[in-house]
Design a protein. Structure first.
Length: 279
């Protein structure tokens, strides 16, 4: 018979994870639909009652999004402009009921190639905090998600927070999602970006990422390098973006779009995002 645990303290949750093979749920908006028609019950660790994980806070160096912070929490939080891309992703995640329940951290742990949180958080140089009874570790988001539905979570570990450096607060960010409709849809292509300008209006830092076009969302290092030190001018940026900047992507052919269509959309949406950031 399957067990169900719902602790109110993080220490109790970590002890339970250390003692047994438990399936962790937070908002459970991915978990429960996946169980329809199945008859293999899991021992559940529900972390939704751990109040300490529900907050969005900051210290001198980082913003911290707790593992129980929902998409609605992100939408309503008073965050600097560098989080505008993440907020834009948040309002397109499902409907209001999903946004009120689903967690950003859960979206990362689900590790779907079309996970909406990943591109904007990659552009924010996000790191994940992994806690176990034995101690705490941090990993860059790009190392945490390792493939389709695969993460670097080890036995006994719990993702407790997402950290974003406050050094990016002076940047502007954006997010564009291409789907068959605006809401309640799985992405065909996603592009997210953050840009920090220097006193002269030249690009001091730019982080660009693409989702739903590879097994794991990816940054665009070649394009980032080509834009560094240049003015964020709409026409100039559009002229720099080229197919070679997306050569590392490996999009699939499926019912939502062909690989060729996705690659073409990557280039078009990246130019559009840069134009929005320039504006």
């Amino acid at each position: 018979m399957a067990s169900y645990l719902r602790p109110t303290e993080l220490s109790h949750a970590l002890s339970a994870l250390a003692d047994g093979n438990l399936t962790v749920i937070a908002g459970a908006t991915d978990y429960y639909p996946a169980q329809v028609g199945r008859h293999d019950p899991h021992d559940i660790l529900d972390i939704s009652a751990i109040e300490a994980l529900s907050k969005i806070t900051h210290d001198d160096d980082h913003w911290r999004i707790g593992a129980m912070a929902t998409w609605r929490d992100v939408i309503e939080a008073d965050l600097p402009a560098c989080f505008d891309g993440l907020k834009a992703a948040a309002v397109q995640v499902g409907g209001a009921q999903i946004q009120n329940t689903a967690t950003v951290a859960g979206n990362l742990c689900n590790a779907s190639p079309a996970a909406d949180a990943v591109p904007p958080l990659l552009s924010l140089d996000a790191r994940v905090v992994l806690e176990a009874k034995s101690g705490v570790r941090e990993r860059p988001l790009g190392e945490f998600i390792q493939g389709n539905r695969r993460t670097a979570l080890e036995t006994g570990q719990l993702l407790t927070a997402i950290k974003v450096p406050r050094a990016l607060e002076g940047g502007r960010s954006g997010f564009i999602k291409l789907g068959a409709r605006s809401y309640l849809v799985i992405s065909i292509v996603m592009v997210a970006g953050l840009v920090v300008l220097d006193e002269s209006g030249l690009v001091r830092q730019i982080n660009l990422s693409i989702g739903a076009c590879s097994e794991v969302a990816q940054r665009l290092p070649a394009l980032e390098a080509d834009l560094l030190g240049k003015p964020l001018d709409q026409q100039l940026s559009a002229g720099i973006v080229a197919p070679r900047h997306f050569a590392q992507l490996r999009p699939l052919d499926d019912h939502r779009g062909t690989a060729a269509y996705r690659l073409d959309a990557c280039e078009t949406l990246t130019k559009r995002l840069l134009a929005e950031l320039a504006a």
